[in-house]
Design a protein around this ligand. Structure first.
Ligand code: NAP
Length: 521
């Protein structure tokens, strides 16, 4: 049944739209109907990608039955044409025909791309407008360019919604999208999203800048656009339903960060402590791009990871004394006046688990490695009065670290003669391709504790050898939680919910939570 969309109906529609629209597709009508039924249990706004169906019209009889019984569900019909990134190969007029049938089957909104709208006759656009609410959309698969100009072109069609989608090539592209939303979404309801790994900021906090809603995948592997996040992650990890103007933004910045466990761990901590904040994965190797976002979004605090740990230091207004000695910063906080302060919480990640088990002053500790994590361990342990030996593949680098920290250098061949309280592995030996390897042989493990920094796999060869010898082990996941807990404290001034964070990390690693003993941060 066609009906003229009144202002009242449109207002009613807008007022009941949730923040997430699930994009659904399938290869045949039966599968798509099944997905609609399942998604409708938890979601009241669904986009149907009709262009994935070889014969979309076969969906409509069943869809009509569904919409008759589910008046609370809002459906957007999209039949994206191939030249605009979709799969539909018919003419613009046949596309309009399908969308009109979708509206007659109960879809309240239809989406038509601006390129097609330009090629249609005015009477076709009028037919669409009379049948349902109209979304005019634009997709830039190459970058984030000419947003204002594109938005104005779409506005000329008097749509009920403008959907503007670009591709983030830098983190700052999200800022451009946010500015557009802030300035225009009051004029015409607008949905603005940046695609790609670097567009995650816009997908989570675009709604705060005025985006009418955002798009999400029903399941992992069912994304309809690059960088799309699942609805479950948007709700449970990023808590998109509570993001508002007061929500503080934090994140982990580096490259790669796609598989970082920090967003899960930190968002758990914020939720647990009732802090109105969200923590995002910010993919970049460019410190200037990152700092632009810190200033303009603004971002309140960052975990800094490779390759930015050293590069970020020169951009900071101040660092603590240990961070300066280590020469690497893994934590940034932005003051209210916009000043940037740097810390290194890898130190806490090493020192705290050890302090809970032994008295560090005067204890004998071997650190294997001389990279960033080893430097944090050596300076942090020396600061607590431990006697530290350094061993490293490249001897000169190890010797330099030992000298700087007033410790000792030891070569591999001397190890069998020495006993330690703790041996710390600060190399990647035991992970990825070197999984079957250990940095030390069994007779060289002469210590009360082995501290393994690697956390994937949970049980490296070194850890297994140590356990077999009756040596107590401290796992990399414990270090990871402690360095994160210290970041949480620096950012919020509150104690971190370390046990909750640890459980989240172990769960994400697929480990039994009994592996970790209770933590106190
Ligand atoms: P990095 O700066 O790249 O340093 C790596 C160190 O390992 C260097 O001293 C390097 O020796 C040595 N190394 C690399 N490959 C080796 C090999 N095949 N044999 C012997 N030595 C080797 O790395 P990083 O940031 O310090 O990280 C080191 C490890 O700690 C990584 O596994 C990282 O995942 C882990 N980590 C864990 C946490 C946590 O929270 N659990 C935090 C930070 C780091 P050369 O000097 O000879 O190159």
């Amino acid at each position: 049944m066609n009906f003229e969309v009144s202002n009242y109906a449109l207002h009613h529609l807008r007022s009941r739209l949730p923040r997430i629209c699930i994009a659904l597709f399938a290869a045949n009508p039966a599968d798509l109907m099944q997905k609609i039924e399942v998604a409708a249990h938890d979601n009241s706004l669904l986009e149907l990608r009709l262009d994935y169906l070889p014969r979309p019209a076969l969906l409509f009889p069943k869809l009509k039955q569904f919409t008759a019984f589910h008046r609370d569900i809002v459906l957007i019909a999209t039949c994206r044409r191939a030249p605009n990134g979709g799969k539909f190969r018919g003419t613009p007029t046949s596309q309009v025909d399908i969308l009109l049938k979708a509206a007659a089957a109960g879809c309240q909104l239809v989406d038509i791309e601006v390129e097609t709208a330009k090629s249609l006759k005015a009477k076709d656009m009028d037919r669409l407008r009379r049948s349902c609410s109209l979304v005019i959309s634009s997709h830039d698969y190459r970058g984030t360019r000419k947003l204002e100009e594109t938005w104005e072109q779409m506005r000329e069609f008097s749509p009920d919604y403008i959907k503007i989608v670009s591709t983030a090539r830098t983190l700052s592209d999200n800022v451009k999208m946010m500015r557009l939303l802030e300035q225009r979404s009051d004029i015409v309801s607008t949905v603005g999203v940046c695609m790609g790994e670097q567009g995650v900021i816009s997908r989570v906090i675009g709604v705060r800048a005025g985006s009418a809603f955002t798009f999400a995948a029903a399941q992992s592997g069912e994304e309809t656009a690059p960088g799309q996040i699942t609805a479950r992650v948007l709700r449970d990890v990023y808590r998109i339903d509570m993001v508002d103007a007061a929500t503080k933004i934090y994140g982990v910045a580096g490259d790669p960060v796609g598989h970082s466990l920090s967003p899960q761990m930190m968002n758990t901590a914020f939720r647990r402590e009732n802090i109105n904040a969200v923590y995002l994965a910010l993919q970049t190797a460019d410190a200037s791009d990152l700092l632009k976002c810190v200033r303009e979004i603004p971002i309140q605090g960052l975990s800094i990871t490779m390759p930015l740990k050293q590069a970020i230091v020169e951009h900071l207004d101040k660092t603590d004394a240990l961070t300066e000695k280590i020469g690497a910063c893994n934590t940034l906080i932005r003051s209210q006046e916009g000043k940037l302060y740097g810390f290194n919480t890898d130190v806490a990640g090493v020192v705290r688990p050890l302090e809970q088990r032994l008295n560090l002053a005067g204890s004998r500790i071997l650190v294997i490695g001389a990279g960033g994590a080893a430097r944090a361990a050596v300076f942090g342990l020396r600061d607590r009065g431990a006697e530290v030996w350094v061993m490293n593949r490249t001897a000169e680098k190890g010797q330099k670290l030992a000298r700087q920290a007033h410790g000792h250098y030891v070569s591999h061949s001397q190890l069998r003669k020495l006993d330690f309280d703790v041996i710390v592995n600060a190399t990647p030996v035991g992970m990825s391709a070197s999984r079957p390897q250990s940095p030390l042989e069994e007779p060289e493990l002469r210590a009360k504790y082995v501290f393994e920094m690697i956390y994937t796999p949970a049980e490296t060869k070194l850890v297994k050898m140590a356990r077999a010898k009756g040596i107590q082990v401290i796992l990399g996941s414990e270090m990871f939680v402690h360095q994160g807990a210290r970041q949480f404290e620096i950012w919020t001034g509150k104690p971190a919910p370390a046990n909750e964070m640890h459980r989240t990390v172990l769960h994400a690693l697929g480990q039994n939570s009994n592996l970790g003993r209770p933590l106190t941060a």
